[in-house]
Design a protein around this ligand. Structure first.
Ligand code: DAH
Length: 338
């Protein structure tokens, strides 16, 4: 019996040494319920009382030995597999990587920043106002009468009777004059909302930039000088500006302001539709009613204001014919503004 156990031990050891996979089959063959070692143990009943513990002890030794060998082999196989995997998956860190695509700022943001930089250079301060506004700030304080068409729900998004989404950045003028006494020199860029259907030139959400200056002795000459400087910085040194009389309730006198076409210089081309001029903003001298409504004495102070549409400038500047392109966020469109 002793020899049989020795034989099992030797055989199992040899098989383990050569195998590269099925350790479980080996375990079952020798140590399993119907295994060879188990078979030997079953025959132990025939042994004498003296022999039994000796053979029993030896059998246990052999079992433990085989078990430990199986474990050893299993660890060895795992290590070998890991090494093989590491070797096959080696990363060559010196290989060139595929280029990473870097995004760019949206053209609306780029132009807004450009506008801000110009006005900061002229001594203006940037302020922000709420997009959800009281009727009072969006209309009433701006001298826009009760029955004015802009107040129609066709044009303005109302939240309640008195609260709406601002339809212009002009209400920031009122906030600025309520918070601060003259001299005031501010610009305010931001989103505005109108109840318009989306098409090539309309969007229910767009961007404006408001400007306001209030001090003693401010004249239309200051307005013209400021806008001319702005136009030259924005569109080039040869740019001229032109004022056309217009009406806004919150300014008097009011004007629409054109710049000479920055493509043809005024001769007339497809961008300016043969006009030589491109309309860019509305402006005027702050209406005395607006000043006095904010507690500023129009006999002592005067001011000018202007408001421009940022989309309009972006579209003219980059010759974009459809406003929707600015909101669709198609990367093929946006990456041109890198
Ligand atoms: N708020 C006007 C609009 O949305 C634009 C405007 C015109 C603003 C004249 C002004 C201004 O400050 O003086 O059409």
């Amino acid at each position: 019996m002793k020899e049989m156990l020795e034989k099992i031990k030797a055989e199992a050891t040899a098989r383990l040494a050569e195998t590269s996979a099925d350790l479980e089959a080996i375990r079952i063959q020798y140590l399993g319920k119907k295994g060879e070692l188990t078979a030997v143990l079953r025959g132990m009943g025939k042994l004498s009382a003296e022999e039994r513990p000796i053979i029993g002890g030896l059998a246990n030794e052999v079992r433990e030995y085989i078990e430990s060998k199986i474990e050893e082999k299993s660890a060895e196989l795992k290590n070998a597999a890991l090494s093989a995997k590491l070797a096959s998956e080696t990363v060559d860190v010196t290989m060139p990587v595929s280029p990473c695509r870097v995004g760019s700022r949206h053209p609306l943001s780029q132009v807004q920043t450009e506008l801000e930089d110009i006005f900061i250079g002229l001594g203006f301060e940037i302020v922000e106002g709420p997009e959800v506004e009281y009727d009072y700030y969006n209309f009433q304080a701006l001298n826009i009468p009760e029955n004015h068409p802009a107040r129609d729900t066709q044009d303005t998004f109302y939240i309640t009777d008195k609260i709406l989404l601002r339809s212009q950045t002009s209400p920031v003028q009122i906030h600025a004059m309520e918070k601060k006494k003259p001299p005031i020199r501010i610009i305010s860029p931001g989103r505005v909302y109108r109840s318009d259907a989306v098409d090539a030139t309309h969007s229910p959400l767009f961007h404006q930039l408001e400007g306001l200056v209030v001090d003693k002795g401010i004249t239309m000459g200051d307005l013209k000088g400021t806008l001319e400087l702005f136009a030259k910085k924005m569109f080039g040194d040869d740019t001229r500006i032109r004022f056309r009389p217009h009406h806004f309730p919150f300014t008097e006198p009011s004007a629409e302001v054109d710049v000479s076409c920055f493509v043809c210089g005024g001769k007339g081309c497809s961008l300016c539709k043969g006009e030589g001029w491109i309309e860019i903003l509305g402006a005027g001298m702050v209406h005395p009613n607006v000043l006095s409504g904010c507690g500023i004495d129009p006999e002592v102070y005067s001011g000018f204001a202007f408001g421009l549409g940022i989309e309009r400038i972006v579209m003219r500047k980059y010759n974009i014919d459809d406003m929707r392109l600015l909101y669709e966020n198609d990367v093929r469109f946006l990456k041109q503004f890198n």
